[in-house]
Ligand binder design. Structure first.
Ligand code: NOJ
Length: 547
């Protein structure tokens, strides 16, 4: 199929460049067998909903066998399905049926670490210090005269040190939970294992891969181990860090690209690098590597026109000339939902807000709905691909007041309860306004669902033109018709709180962040505001056709 084929033609080789990808967090999406945990047959049963929504692909967060120390990102077998979520046959059926709906399937690959229950790690513990089985992980003698101190000052992203001491006295590295030992990517078996894993899934018809913590595989493990007491904001951004975003990591992805290109069409991939953005971030998207990297800059923006303008301008500029695909994200399973986030005053400390059960500052649901829809419509008007997170189409707010005794995210335990963690955006979805677990399944859901889910359930919204769900449906269908190329140009506005950018053929998007109405430059094609009038209302985005 030539590259100039019509956009959204499902046979297009580079279909992912402008795809709308819907993230499914399987445990919280739909529960077909009533055990309280979402599963693959549940996802399959909702494919007609996703097709009607108008998404081009689903990305499935991990469904692999896992003790669930980190919601499935702790994997014991990268080539199987957790029995609680189904079987390989269920996955095959899901992929086949998704394809019948012209929906592609992207799966999560978690190469930085395994579960501590993975056979490799169990063998490493059993074999003892000095054994070759330990070389697939990062084991070291401790510091201090008796080795009782961690070998280096590295920090876990979930709180506390990135080292755990094994019963025999050696320490192992884990950048996340202690149940997630980091793999040693200098080991050829580790490299081969993931090449084979990619082929295993690509052979089953999976269309692409989301690469977890893509920037941390290549570590500088030379002795003495270098100091790295920082996470995120204070990390060097020039490739000199011992743990993150090292130059050598790109060679790994070049070898993966060779595997992707064994298939027709080539498999796609998107890198997750939860790292302060710099021009290095976009290198993962080069065509001889992964093709896409998550751009979290919108997700990290507050309700502020200048922040939106700055990050959009920067991302577009950084991509220029690299040949990679652009991506945009507002919500995921790792951050408070954007409806709540954007309703908070600029400068709000999200961790503190969550720790206080979301009480101060309080989120006004109407403000949240207005801003979330406006932000979404703006994102969907940008060139490139957009990643949606399950439930955002319902306008779901963060469930900020989950009782602490029900929390499952290891972040809560590892920070001694200082942080509540990410469960508030992982509450199982409300499909129906009544019935057990709001239509999620036949029994209670694994996390408690709030009463207000009844008002926002999919069945309550479906068919109501003013609902968030119908706005998403309209936007996704219209986008397929309008977004024909990557053109983008800012149009100057009189008010800095109003953003205006033009796509091809006079199609534009305006976002009014201000509290005032402003004039509209053309005919409204779609508005985020159900009571759109002659002028652009405050906290509203519109797509317009300029005459
Ligand atoms: C990023 C994933 O999105 C997150 O959910 C997970 O906890 C970490 N990587 C560790 O795998």
């Amino acid at each position: 199929m030539p590259e100039d084929a019509a956009p959204h033609d499902p046979a297009r080789r580079e279909w992912w460049r402008d795809a709308v990808v819907y993230q499914v967090y399987p445990r919280s999406f739909a529960d077909a067998d009533g055990d309280g945990i979402g599963d693959l047959p549940g996802v399959r049963s909702r494919l007609p909903y996703l097709a009607a929504l108008g998404v081009d692909a689903v990305w499935l967060s991990p469904f692999y066998p896992s003790p669930l120390a980190d919601g499935g990102y702790d994997i014991t077998d990268h080539r199987d399905v957790d029995p609680r979520l189904g079987t390989l046959a269920d996955l095959d059926a899901l992929v086949a049926e998704a394809h019948a709906h012209d929906i592609r399937v992207i799966i999560d690959i978690v190469p930085n670490h395994t579960s501590d229950q993975h056979p490799w790690f169990r063998a490493a513990l059993e074999a003892g210090p000095g054994a070759p089985e330990r070389d697939r992980y990062i084991f070291r003698r401790g510091a201090g005269p008796d080795g009782s101190l961690p070998p280096a000052d590295w920090r876990s992203h979930f709180g506390g040190p990135a080292w755990e001491r094994a019963a025999d006295g050696e320490w192992y590295c884990h950048l996340f939970a202690r149940e997630q030992p980091d793999l040693n990517w200098a080991h050829p078996e580790v490299r081969q294992y993931f090449l084979d894993t990619l082929r295993f899934w690509a052979d089953r018809g999976v269309d692409g891969f989301r690469i977890d913590v893509a920037h941390s595989l290549a570590k500088d493990l030379s002795e003495p181990l270098r100091s790295q007491p920082h996470l995120d904001a204070r990390l060097p951004l020039d490739g000199s860090d011992p743990l993150y975003d090292r130059e050598e990591v790109h060679e790994i992805y070049r070898s993966w690209r060779r595997v992707f290109d064994e298939y027709d069409p080539p498999r796609m991939a998107v890198a997750e690098t939860w790292h302060p953005a710099s021009s290095r971030t976009f290198l993962y998207a080069r065509p001889d590597e992964l093709g896409q990297v998550f751009d979290f800059s919108l997700l990290k923006s507050e309700w502020d026109a200048e922040q939106f303008r700055t990050v959009i301008t920067r991302s577009l500029a950084e991509h220029a000339g690299l040949g990679g695909g652009m991506t945009w994200v507002l919500s995921s399973h790792d951050v408070p939902r954007h409806a709540s986030r954007l309703a908070l005053p600029v400068g709000t400390d999200l961790d503190a807000w969550l720790a206080g059960d979301g009480r101060t500052p309080a989120v006004d649901p109407e403000v949240a709905a207005r801003r979330a829809r406006a932000a979404t419509l703006t994102m969907l008007a940008l060139p490139g691909s957009a990643y949606l997170y399950q439930g955002e189409e319902l306008g779901l707010l963060e469930v900020a007041d989950l009782p602490r005794e029900r929390l499952q995210d290891p972040v809560h335990e590892r920070t001694g309860g200082t942080l509540k963690g990410r469960d508030g955006c992982r509450v199982p979805l409300p499909w129906a306004s009544s019935g057990p677990s709001f239509g999620f399944g036949a029994g209670d859901a694994w996390l408690p669902q709030p009463d207000w889910f009844a008002d926002v359930a999919a069945d309550t919204q479906s068919g109501r033109p003013e609902s968030s769900l119908e706005l998403y449906r309209s936007a996704l269908h219209l986008r397929r018709k309008l977004a024909v190329d990557d053109s983008f140009a800012w149009v100057p506005t009189d008010d800095p709180q109003v953003l205006h950018f033009r796509r091809s053929d006079g199609w534009s998007c305006l976002l009014n962040v201000s509290a005032r109405e402003v004039p509209l430059p053309g005919r409204v094609l779609l508005s985020s505001n159900p009571s759109q009038g002659e002028r652009l209302a405050p906290e509203t985005a519109v797509w317009v056709e300029e005459g």
